[in-house]
Write a new protein. Sequence first.
Length: 206
Amino acid sequence: MSDSRVKIGVLALQGAIEEHVQATEAAFKSLGIKGEVLWVKKPEHLEGIQGLIIPGGESTVMGRLMENSGLLEATKKFANEGNPILGTCSGMVLLAKEVYDRVVGKTNQPTLKLMDITVERNAFGRQGESFEEDLEIPLLGGKKFRGVFIRAPIVQSMGENVKPICRLDGKIVAAQQNNILATSFHPELAEDTRFHEFFLKKATKE
């Protein structure tokens, strides 16, 4: 008998892995979905999962680790097959076509280039400038979502196929392009599973 559980992967090379695992498990429970969260460290770990989460961390380090392990190309293939991906904070950077830093300019770091967006790293400052803000995200309903921003990027520019889904002070801090979602903030650190629930609905095609 086949396993009917929904399987979601969390890229587990570096970064806030456990927090996303816990948030996804809580979202499964909230939605009443029988699911499992798996750690993705190798290309073969993408086989059999219905969605992938790319957590925050050090985007340059994560990109190089993905490149060296073969996960960069494997993740592109996974996305191009229509599977949903959620990238948070550094995950947004890794999904971008181009990445800039206010200090070094264009970074030329390894990225997936799955979203037609140009991202500015550390747009709100460094670790010491971390903050929280209540965000209006219409696709999650009327209740505001508590956004946790830690060395957060922003979307500087985007192509016509990209839809902004949240702005903060006029800056785009969440966007969607087909099956790909990216946030500047850390939804896994909010005591609110609605963003992960939205992602799971895409993964289960509800």
